[in-house]
Write a protein that binds this ligand. Structure first.
Ligand SMILES: *[C@@H]1O[C@H](CO)[C@@H](O)[C@H](O)[C@H]1NC(C)=O
Ligand SMILES: *[C@@H]1O[C@H](CO)[C@@H](O)[C@H](O)[C@H]1NC(C)=O
Ligand SMILES: *[C@@H]1O[C@H](CO)[C@@H](O)[C@H](O)[C@H]1NC(C)=O
Ligand SMILES: *[C@@H]1O[C@H](CO)[C@@H](O)[C@H](O)[C@H]1NC(C)=O
Ligand SMILES: *[C@@H]1O[C@H](CO)[C@@H](O)[C@H](O)[C@H]1NC(C)=O
Ligand SMILES: *[C@@H]1O[C@H](CO)[C@@H](O)[C@H](O)[C@H]1NC(C)=O
Ligand SMILES: *[C@@H]1O[C@H](CO)[C@@H](O)[C@H](O)[C@H]1NC(C)=O
Length: 269
């Protein structure tokens, strides 16, 4: 039976061949992702030549700011925060970023995307676990599309953004860290009810957000909360009791508000 003798040999060949292909791939950047990054670079303004190592001749996993998964070769992290010296990245963020299907980490903080809105297509980067857009020059309304990033555990949006609603946050059930300092939340009276739906939230920074209303809560869902910063807002009420039921709290900042009345004593809780 020639056929049955040949079959194992063919199978062995296929297995060996596949194994060596994947070994090669583990060391090299994927072609499709390399092309995507080159398109991203082309659309950006880069006055400080931060992306000078993004050279078609070199493996993209070796480029500055790019990290690949060392087993699969897929681009998994982009560290594109502006270095302290010189102007940051500006210009346009190209949609070819969406070709990076395995991107877990994206940091664009401290850049110069002056006055443009956060692109809505960021909401389609669904593998993201970490997104840092703080002080990147983005302005205008935070797009609700970010609520599609259901794997996100860290979201830093601090800077002068505007917010018309926070309902989209409820899509981010894994969220552990949220910083929205300096975002104008004065049109979002239910901010507390929304963040209270995030069961794993451990850090919440809403300093200087123009907040003037802090609701009473019957149930504190965000009982994991360890850091709560509500400083520099416009609260004028009593400090609500639910704050004192947050048993995991290690840092509480309420300064620069106009809270009234006594702080409830520990014996009462
Ligand atoms: C892959 O990277 C992880 C951390 O990013 C490291 O702990 C691990 O040792 C690396 N594995 C190999 C095979 O290099
Ligand atoms: C986001 O980026 C800023 C500036 O680079 C940094 O200070 C901050 O710690 C980052 N946020 C998180 C949650 O890592
Ligand atoms: C993403 O979010 C937007 C706005 O909330 C919504 O219109 C859109 O259908 C969502 N897309 C996906 C793929 O879930
Ligand atoms: C919340 O955190 C716990 C413990 O880390 C984890 O088991 C759980 O899956 C998390 N829930 C969500 C919705 O992320
Ligand atoms: C925040 O938004 C409200 C309503 O749009 C506006 O009246 C107010 O001036 C804004 N506050 C700041 C500090 O920009
Ligand atoms: C607490 O979280 C659960 C699950 O996310 C949600 O169904 C419930 O409505 C939340 N409770 C409050 C008071 O927001
Ligand atoms: C808290 O509970 C009381 C009594 O059960 C109820 O009347 C009130 O509407 C609840 N408040 C909120 C914010 O859920």
């Amino acid at each position: 039976m020639k056929a049955s003798n040949r079959a194992p040999a063919a199978l062995l060949f296929v297995l060996t061949f596949t194994a060596s292909i994947s070994l090669i791939n583990s060391a090299l950047c994927r072609e499709r992702e390399r092309q995507a990054l080159l398109s991203v670079k082309q659309a950006l303004d880069d006055p400080s030549n931060f992306l000078s190592s993004w050279d078609a001749a070199v493996d993209c996993c070796e480029w500055d700011g790019v990290l690949c998964n060392n087993l699969t070769g897929h681009v998994s992290e982009l560290h594109l925060q502006s270095p302290d010296s010189g102007p940051g990245l500006g210009g346009k963020i190209d949609t070819s970023l969406l070709s990076l299907k395995h991107l877990r980490f994206l940091d664009l903080s401290q850049n110069d995307f002056t006055g443009t809105q956060i692109p809505g297509f960021f909401g389609s980067l669904v593998s993201l676990e970490y997104l840092n857009l703080s002080y990147a020059g983005f302005r205008g309304i935070i797009p609700h599309h970010l609520g599609n990033l259901s794997n996100l555990h860290t979201l830093d949006l601090s800077g002068s953004l505007a917010v018309d609603s926070l309902e989209w946050l409820s899509g981010l059930s894994h969220l552990e860290f949220l910083n929205s300092n300096y975002a104008n939340l004065s049109k979002v009276p239910n901010w507390l009810q929304v963040v209270n739906k995030l069961p794993n939230l451990t850090e919440l920074h809403l300093s200087s957000c123009g907040l003037d209303h802090i609701a009473p809560l019957n149930n504190t869902n965000f009982s994991s909360l360890a850091v709560l910063d509500l400083s520099s807002n416009e609260f004028q009420s009593l400090v609500p009791n639910w704050i004192f039921s947050l048993t995991n709290l290690v840092s509480l900042q309420l300064q620069r508000n106009n809270f009234e009345g006594p702080i409830p004593s520990a014996e009462k809780t």
